[in-house]
Design a protein around this ligand. Structure first.
Ligand SMILES: Cc1cc2nc3c(=O)[nH]c(=O)nc-3n(C[C@H](O)[C@H](O)[C@H](O)COP(=O)(O)OP(=O)(O)OC[C@H]3O[C@@H](n4cnc5c(N)ncnc54)[C@H](O)[C@@H]3O)c2cc1C
Length: 313
């Protein structure tokens, strides 16, 4: 059993690593401890040692749905790398398996090049396979629940690796049963043979739609709020004239009202305050309580506690 001090001395865990550059918002402070694990055994070792020391643990994917607080994260942030970025194609079984760190656009393109369709919707989602399983990421009329077969998950409390079928993952709207104590290691997806040209055209179409409708090339984390039943959060925010509303270095996008864009150098607290303010105004003026889809990690000033504003994401 490796001790925390041994892991520190061996360079497996580093102190004070800036999280901003590991997220799409590019803001927020450092993680007290950071570890990049390229095997399940290495991840389990670090997790066991951190748990014994009572250190909070947060799993980071590609940081496209996460905002770290300006004070950073007072615990261990663990990210998978190396072989967890691999994508494997099994043409006979019509499945594609990928490590949790594989970027979703890579997954979509690899399957497409092999003339296997079904994963095209991932082409414009800048997350990882692990993040997609956790969030039931979806786009363009399809979501992870439609294609996931199973996921291999490390239970960070027991250290056991379990294989969960899609039905055990309890996918719902931008949610799953993957919780703060689970580390998704790998997932497999159903695909179907198709024509590479058509699959690639569908990907181009999805990318074009995104370019035309969303604020590309800006600092954001995708949709800020979940859509309320029977409506779209963006439509609701727009209908109240809140496009362009600003808190410090963060503003509601003028392209798409459910995207909140940060200026370079903005504070994470600005994003948090803007989310809070828009939520308050929508509740006051439209009587709808929007639930954030974006997750916050670390400590923020304010009362957005339903938005997981505590230490854990
Ligand atoms: C420009 C833009 C467009 C977007 N468009 C879409 C869209 O169309 N549809 C959509 O659904 N989302 C969209 N998103 C949001 C985001 O890409 C997805 O939620 C994605 O699934 C998050 O993956 P990630 O790897 O970045 O996760 P992160 O942001 O790193 O983490 C998100 C959550 O998942 C957890 N997590 C991540 N990896 C693992 C793992 N291996 N094991 C356990 N838990 C894990 C984290 O702890 C955290 O709670 C968009 C974001 C951006 C910036």
């Amino acid at each position: 059993m490796t001790s925390w001090d041994e892991l520190r001395a061996g360079g497996y865990v580093t102190a004070g690593v800036a999280m901003g550059s590991l997220t799409t918002y590019k803001l927020g402070g450092p993680a007290r401890w950071f570890c990049e694990a390229s095997s399940a055994a290495a991840a389990a070792d670090v997790i066991r040692a951190a748990s014994r020391k009572g250190i909070d643990i947060l799993v980071l994917g590609r940081g496209s749905n996460l905002v770290f607080s300006d004070a950073g994260y007072d615990g261990l942030v663990i990210r998978l790398s190396g072989r967890f970025k691999e994508v494997r194609i099994d043409r006979e079984a019509e499945t594609v398996s990928a490590g949790a760190a594989a970027p979703l656009p890579v997954l979509a393109r690899r399957a497409g090049r092999a003339a296997l369709g079904g994963l095209e919707f991932y082409v414009g989602i800048p997350g990882s396979v692990g993040g997609a399983v956790t969030m039931n990421a979806g786009f363009y009329g399809a979501e992870t629940a439609d294609v996931a077969i199973s996921a291999s998950i490390l239970d960070m409390r027991s250290g056991e690796i379990v294989e969960r079928d899609a039905s055990d993952l309890e996918f719902g709207y931008r949610r799953s049963s993957v919780g703060g104590d689970d580390l998704v290691l790998e997932a497999s997806f159903a695909v179907e043979p198709g024509e590479a040209g058509r699959i690639s055209a569908r990907m181009r179409e999805a990318t074009r739609w995104r370019r035309e409708n969303q604020p590309g090339g800006t600092l954001n984390a995708g949709s800020v709020f979940r859509n309320p039943p029977g409506d779209a959060a963006g439509r609701l925010i727009d209908s109240l004239g809140l496009k362009g509303l600003r808190r410090g270095g963060a503003r509601v996008s003028t392209r798409h009202a459910n995207f909140f864009v940060a200026d370079p150098g903005a504070a994470a607290q600005d994003v948090y305050d803007l989310v809070h303010e828009v939520r308050r105004l929508v509740r006051e003026r439209a009587g709808v309580l929007l639930e954030p889809e974006v997750r916050f990690a670390g400590r923020f000033r304010g009362v957005l506690d339903e938005a997981r504003g505590g230490q854990r994401a």
